[in-house]
Design a binder for this molecule. Structure first.
Ligand code: HEC
Ligand code: HEC
Length: 311
């Protein structure tokens, strides 16, 4: 009796579990054994074009992240620079002064204020789950600070910071500090399979939290064209044409966010989370028909197509 119940339960759960498991790579965790690095907490870092310098420990201080090019943007609101000194970390630590973010966090530049505020409310209520950071930050931030951060990032222009390469075999990578994929210093290659790997072009820029660090997204061969077909036609009811809601060029429409030119690993997590129900806020219902029939391959293809577009 017990075993047949278990079989029944796992049969019921399997569609969700299959999706969640096969896209687990989009939620990277740091490797247990770290690749040795010349950079220590005391190493003084500089980047070309900036007259500032910071130690690596200062760069990695979530409550006072670096501001390499202060003249490039409006003054940081306190919450973007320093958070609240406790639960709320300075937003620029992970999302960068430019709002580009990294593949393991998210872009914020140019997001509509009302969309941004809704995400903060969803993280705070638990309707949207981020396995790593955002739920405690959103639980503790004040509405006034959220709004100031939202207005700061809404005023930043989206940047084109990701090159796209279709490939079967890609450089060997490891998942280092900050859960980021880096090309392995010892060389070597790996089969990409039905995955996406995003890695910084100059690792030393990414580890310095350079606001304009460029990345390369390795995506499966044929995935961009396959994603374009899904996104622009719905592929016979598999999904819904994205532009109906996300606007021309998928650059956003009213309160609906831009999805063009954003990190592909981020997009994979979002489509998977909408589908599995871990992103379940009030407005997520509008994404239901889009995601309900998607296979992992469809999700990878859509993410590859979106990252190939101009932001
Ligand atoms: C320590 C890292 C970290 C810090 C600091 C951080 N975030 Fe995030 N944030 C993340 C991660 C990771 C995600 C992506 C979650 C996911 O993949 O679903 C995210 C996502 C978001 C999103 C959703 C974006 C979208 O397109 O839906 C918003 C909004 C956001 N963060 C706001 C903030 C604000 C405001 C602050 C500062 C008070 C902040 N974050 C500080 C890590 C961070
Ligand atoms: C019927 C309207 C509608 C359609 C069609 C639609 N979307 Fe969305 N999408 C939304 C809304 C609304 C949100 C914001 C949900 C929220 O606030 O949580 C969203 C959010 C998203 C996000 C998360 C963005 C972020 O910054 O976190 C992604 C990714 C996305 N959509 C991809 C797509 C793709 C790919 C397609 C086409 C295959 C598509 N959407 C079609 C309405 C739609």
């Amino acid at each position: 009796m017990k075993s047949s119940l278990l079989v029944f339960a796992s049969a019921l759960l399997s569609p969700v579990l299959v999706v969640a498991q096969s896209l687990e790579w989009a939620y990277p965790v740091q490797d247990n054994v770290m690749v040795p690095s010349d950079i220590t907490a005391d190493t003084v870092r500089t980047i070309p074009g900036s007259d500032r310098s910071y130690t690596q420990a200062e760069i990695d201080n979530h409550w006072a992240p670096p501001d390499w090019f202060p003249d490039d943007h409006a003054p940081f609101p306190d919450v973007v620079a320093n958070g609240d000194g406790e639960y709320v970390r300075g937003c620029a630590a992970c999302h960068l002064a430019s709002g580009s973010g990294h593949p393991e966090s998210s872009h914020l530049a140019g997001l509509p204020v009302e969309y941004f505020m809704r995400q903060m409310a969803d993280f705070a209520s638990g309707a949207r789950i981020d396995r790593f950071w955002m739920n405690p930050i959103a639980e503790h931030i004040s509405d006034a600070d959220s709004r100031e951060a939202a207005e700061y990032f809404a005023g930043l222009p989206p940047l084109d910071w990701i090159d796209v390469v279709e490939a079967d075999t890609v450089p060997r990578t490891y998942t280092g500090d900050g859960r980021m994929h880096f090309v392995h210093p010892d060389g070597g290659t790996q089969e990409l399979g039905m995955r996406i790997i995003e890695t910084p072009n100059e690792p030393e820029f990414a580890t310095a939290r350079h606001p304009y660090a460029k990345f390369t997204a390795y995506v499966p061969v044929g995935s961009v064209a396959r994603g374009e077909l899904l996104a622009t036609t719905g592929a016979g009811g598999t999904t819904v044409q994205c532009a109906i809601c996300h606007g021309e060029g998928l650059r956003g429409l009213g309160e609906i966010p831009r999805i063009a030119g954003v990190s592909a690993m981020y997009t994979v997590r979002q489509l998977n989370d909408f589908k599995s129900g871990t992103r379940n806020g009030p407005a997520s219902a509008l994404m239901h028909a889009t995601v309900v029939n998607l296979t992992p391959e469809d999700i990878v293809s859509l993410a590859a197509y979106l990252v190939s577009l101009d932001p």
